[in-house]
Design a protein around this ligand. Structure first.
Ligand code: GLC
Length: 710
């Protein structure tokens, strides 16, 4: 391979660039990037949307033009489903069901593979603590240990259990390395700055879990971390990722982030950026041309060795080889199977189950479930009659997704289901009096109201942070007025982040969130509203009273002046004069149609030596009239340590399903590894002393027990 061909192998452009460019006719976007025909012909991979037929044509054209006959890799963001869309990852996190997450990723991989995708830019495992950030929707939440479990389940779901040997396995790419979710002010792409301890203790674990699960690719992130853009941060990508963790797969930059080192003020120009990127051992440059344009000069000046280039190309070729692309450049791509599997009933059924399990019941003063014999329901709100897939729903189409109105009509053919928007769906739209009156008339005339409120898909996702995370004013007024005329009003929220509900939670007797539930959202909503399925979702990100509490997360520190309980009269303690400290709904929270009682927990020992373990036991009972699932969460706290420690940290959980009246003993093994952290000396170990432990249904409840590590 010539140096230019090697550099083209290390470059990635949008599928639209390749489709618009024949070898000797560089037109459109490729020309805008300054590419010539040879470069486009030799490019190593492409990203973006294409159908199976397009992929087949592009691969054949590519192999006809590439002198080295190296197959093109097709990559895409299949974040929560390819064509059959399941809930956004913040919703999938709320299922607390790693098996379900795995199954959904298997389904997404199959649909993507037959449509011509071989690499998936997922899982996104960025820790999130700020409800303002738009990409909360892509994360599984604020707990590093739980995100690590989810990361592993997703990597295995995409890549299969046999090292990509399965026909429908696709390579996974963990992102965004690193700490992208710590964007200051919750504003996307903003600065991230933290101690080495915070980075290692909270922000790195989930990426490490993906690497340990065998992820094939890592994507670096847009943000500067401690003053160095991650696209050229050799401390992160070379020292930690490759040398300390032993990752020897492919590292890819995020979109144009090489060039953005110039915007950050870290690179003087694209040539400087190219040098910084290759020293950070980044193999593929996404959507910029720094390597192509400047690497030859950097090699001739002795700043970069061709050996470094060869190593990068080798990692890329090894991935293609692992995927069997040299023998079969199309892998699983098939027009017939694309039509057969995408959106098939089996996949819809799985998406429906995921949407049901992701939903979290936040409040229910007895108006739910609705009766199967109900005669009339008014479905009101700007999101009453539309599908809700989410900002990043790949090939999913809104008109292929079931709306709440359609779901209820299908579930209750005998009932009168009426629909009114009540208000428009803009963020700052005024409330239209005529729309409001029409909705109020409908609410008055119906036995119950399902009010579909929350966020448009475009208010979260990349580049879509919000300074206020409450409901828009028009929706709040609609909620108040509808609930005033019909006390049996249920609020169904669609949201891509935690919402601040402190000023509306008292306005209606029931609230639940479905996040952005995807293809089967409306049918899942109907099953939940009618009690055909019980709620079992639990939050993995705290919901604040008010956005002013952001960032708010459960595993926070105590401070020197902790506020005792909720006594807001005390002055000189850490508090707000106008808002509680605690979230409205804490991490781990979720109600059910049935009731669960947690018996008094017991410990098998009150002290352990290093290397020993003890067992926490408790009995959980379903004291209600309906079968249901609860999630028992195990939390620990180290009250005295060489560094201050979070008030609670989850270290295990158990999803427990019980019939009405049934009870079960739940046990957790507590061992030294659960107590370890990066100490003041930087060693990862448990320090001797007293520990507190809870087994609870959320991060704000439960009875603490204590034991000592000798
Ligand atoms: C975007 C995102 C990243 C995605 C990439 C390719 O800017 O930050 O998550 O994988 O571009 O679409």
């Amino acid at each position: 391979m010539t140096l230019e061909q090697k550099l083209a192998q290390m470059s990635q452009y949008g599928t639209s660039y390749l489709m618009a460019t024949a070898k000797d006719d560089v037109t459109g976007p490729a020309r805008a990037l300054g590419l010539n025909g040879e470069q486009v012909a030799a490019v190593g991979s492409t990203l973006g949307s294409a159908q199976a037929a397009d992929v087949i044509a592009m691969q054949q054209n590519h192999l006809a033009n590439d002198p080295n006959k190296i197959p093109l890799l097709f990559m895409r963001d299949v974040i929560h489903g390819y064509r059959t869309i399941y809930p956004i990852p913040l919703g999938m996190g709320a299922t607390w069901d790693e098996g379900l997450v795995y199954d959904c990723c298997r389904m997404a991989a199959k649909e993507a593979a037959v449509s011509g995708i071989q690499v998936n830019f997922s899982p996104m495992v960025d820790l999130v603590r700020d409800c303002r950030w738009g990409r909360n929707m892509e994360s599984t939440g604020e707990d590093p240990w739980y995100n690590s479990r989810m990361a592993a389940a997703m990597v295995k779901g995409y890549q299969g259990d046999d090292d990509l040997q399965g026909k429908y396995d696709i390579a996974a790419c963990v992102k965004h390395f690193a700490a992208y979710g710590a964007a200051e002010s919750g504003r996307d792409y903003n600065t991230t700055d933290m101690s080495e301890h915070t980075l290692r203790e909270y922000y790195l674990p989930a990426y490490r879990a993906a690497v340990d699960a065998g992820v094939e690719m890592v994507m670096t992130s847009f943000n500067a971390l401690n003053g160095i853009p991650c696209a050229g941060n050799s401390r992160l990508a070379a020292d930690i990722l490759r040398n300390e963790w032993g990752f020897d797969g492919v590292v890819i930059s995020d979109w144009n982030s090489f060039h953005e080192m110039v915007n950050h003020g870290y690179a003087a120009n694209d040539r400087d950026a190219a040098e910084k990127a290759i020293q950070a051992v980044t193999d593929i440059e996404m959507m910029s041309t720094c390597y192509l344009r400047y690497m030859r000069a950097l090699i001739e000046e002795g700043k970069v060795s061709e050996e470094q280039i060869d190593q990068a190309v080798l990692r890329i070729l090894r991935l293609k080889e692992k995927l069997g692309m040299f023998e079969n450049p199309l892998r699983a791509t098939s027009v017939e199977e694309e039509a057969k599997y995408c959106l098939c009933e089996e996949h819809r059924a799985l998406a429906r189950r995921a949407a049901e399990q992701a939903a979290v019941l936040l409040k229910n003063d007895g108006v739910l479930p609705l009766s199967e014999n109900i005669g009339s329901i008014a479905v009101i709100g700007p999101f009453a009659a539309c599908g809700m897939n989410g900002w990043w729903s790949c090939q999913g189409k809104t008109d292929e997704s079931v709306s709440v109105a359609a779901g209820l009509r299908a579930a209750l053919p005998q009932a009168t289901i009426t629909v009114a928007a009540g208000c428009t769906d803009g963020l700052h739209d005024p409330l239209d009096p005529a729309m409001l009156e029409a909705a109020l008339d409908m609410a008055r005339a119906s036995e119950s109201v399902v009010l579909c409120l929350g966020e448009q898909e475009g208010w979260s996702g990349e580049g879509n942070s919000r300074a206020d995370v409450g409901l828009p004013a028009a929706q709040k007024e609609l909620l108040r007025r509808v609930a005033a005329v019909n006390p049996r009003t249920v609020v169904l929220l669609f949201n891509g982040r935690p919402l601040a509900l402190g000023d509306v939670i008292d306005a209606a007797p029931a609230f639940f969130t479905m996040w952005q539930p995807g293809t089967e959202g409306g049918s899942a909503a109907a099953n939940l509203l009618l009690g055909r399925v019980n709620f079992s979702g639990h939050l993995t990100m705290s919901f604040p009273y008010h956005v002013g509490q952001a960032p708010i997360y459960y595993n926070s520190m105590r401070t020197g002046r902790p506020k005792p309980g909720d006594d807001s009269t005390m002055g000189y303690v850490s508090r707000y004069v106008d808002c509680p400290n605690a979230p409205l709904f804490p991490f781990g929270y979720g109600l059910s149609y049935t009731d669960f009682t947690y018996g008094r927990p017991t410990l098998s020992a009150t002290q352990i030596k290093r290397g020993e373990s003890l067992t926490l036991s408790l009995t959980v009972k379903n004291t209600g009239k309906m079968a249901g699932s609860t999630v028992v969460q195990l939390y620990i706290h180290d009250p005295v340590a060489s560094l201050v420690r979070p008030v609670r940290e989850m270290r295990d959980y158990a999803r427990v399903t019980l019939g009405a009246g049934e009870e079960k003993e739940v046990q957790f093994k507590i061992d030294e590894a659960m107590l370890a952290f990066y100490t003041a000396e930087g060693r990862y170990e448990a320090e001797p002393g007293c520990f507190r432990v809870w087994a609870a249904p959320d991060a704000a409840s439960g009875e603490a027990l204590s034991f000592t590590l000798l």
